[in-house]
Design a protein around this ligand. Structure first.
Ligand SMILES: C[S@@+](CC[C@H](N)C(=O)[O-])C[C@H]1O[C@@H](n2cnc3c(N)ncnc32)[C@H](O)[C@@H]1O
Length: 319
């Protein structure tokens, strides 16, 4: 019957099956980040990496390097978890027939994206931050926050994110580690692509965290006087802030209309983190950045270059 069905009907049937599969993969997609967090905590990506370029290891070989109580059970669980990462192109997978007539075993290697999940400069700390209980608890308050126009983080933890960070040194370290490893990756790229620090005498990093980005800039431009401006629990003494003619803003730019590119997804994913975690924090479209620059008295606004998906923008005053 199906063969005789008109092509459009066939297409509709296929489309519905495809859509159903797509819908279920969306509904179950939280497994990916939960698995990735545990794999990072177990240092499995590091174990595969240390086995050498192009290495593929069996779950049993990986389990043998972990402090397991029951290595057979660990290997079996790892296999199922690593398959999720392979399904999402984070790992590669090859099949090997066992010498006896047993089942075929899966061997796992690093896919190209893993270069950004290998210590020390990697997005692993960002995964650990965003999957930390303090962050995930926040999401359960998003629906009520939307209805009340309030911050989900405040509903979950009774204070703003930055107030909370001053009270919880464990989470503060998780947060600062994520920020500084992220900054190292993006700042390295920015210093390759952007020469607008040339000739500056003083540079103030607003919300500069533990100072990683500023240190990297000053290492390349040693004559710049760097000021790291952040909250007291991050740095003890508040420095003086001079009004400069040039403000360099590094941020993601949201496209006007939603897109499915990785870069548009990063910008809107981070925008939702701002929405949930920070009072008033948000990512912006290029037009919104321009309006922000002009609204606070800068005469010119230019997107100068990119560092990966991060855009480097200059707000300039004429003088
Ligand atoms: C998203 S983190 C960025 C950290 C840093 N730029 C980096 O890349 O590592 C934002 C920073 O802004 C700081 N911050 C938040 N509110 C602030 C305020 N009112 N004054 C100064 N710094 C603030 C936080 O302490 C935090 O270090």
């Amino acid at each position: 019957m199906a063969l005789n069905a008109p092509p459009s009907h066939q297409n509709n049937m296929m489309e519905k099956e495809e859509l159903c599969s797509f819908a279920l993969s969306i509904a179950t997609s939280s497994s990916l980040l939960i698995v990735l967090k545990a794999i990072i905590e177990l240092d499995v990506i590091g174990i595969i990496n240390r086995a050498g370029p192009g290495a593929h290891l069996s779950p049993a070989q990986i389990a043998a390097q972990l402090p397991t109580k029951d290595s057979g059970a660990t290997a079996s669980m790892l296999d199922r978890m690593l398959r999720v990462l392979a399904n999402n192109s984070i790992l590669s997978c090859s099949l090997r027939a066992l010498p006896t007539d047993g089942p075929i075993e899966r061997l796992y290697g690093l896919a190209p994206v893993c270069q950004f999940f290998i210590k020390p400069e990697d997005f692993g700390p960002m995964v650990l931050l965003l999957q930390d209980k303090i962050c995930t608890d926040t999401w359960h308050h998003l629906k009520d926050a939307v209805l009340d126009g309030d911050s989900a983080f405040k509903k979950a933890h009774g204070m703003t994110l930055f107030e909370y960070l001053a009270t919880d040194m464990r989470f503060s370290k998780v947060f600062n580690d994520a920020m500084s490893s992220y900054s190292t990756i993006t700042m390295k790229k920015m210093l390759e692509n952007y020469n607008g620090f040339d000739g500056l005498s003083t540079l103030v990093d607003i919300g500069g965290g533990t100072g990683q980005a500023l240190n990297m800039i000053i290492a390349k431009y040693p004559t710049i006087r760097g000021i790291n401006f952040d909250l007291p629990h991050v740095i003890k003494d508040t420095p003086k802030y001079d009004d400069h003619g040039k403000v360099i803003v590094c941020d993601y730019i949201l496209p006007m209309a939603p897109e499915t590119s990785h870069s548009a997804r990063v910008a809107s994913n981070l925008d939702i983190c701002m929405l949930a975690y920070c009072d008033g924090g948000k990512e912006r479209t290029e037009q919104e950045f321009e309006a922000l620059a002009k609204g606070i008295g800068f005469e010119s606004f230019t997107v100068v270059c990119s560092a990966y998906d991060l855009k480097v923008m200059e707000f300039l005053k004429k003088n």
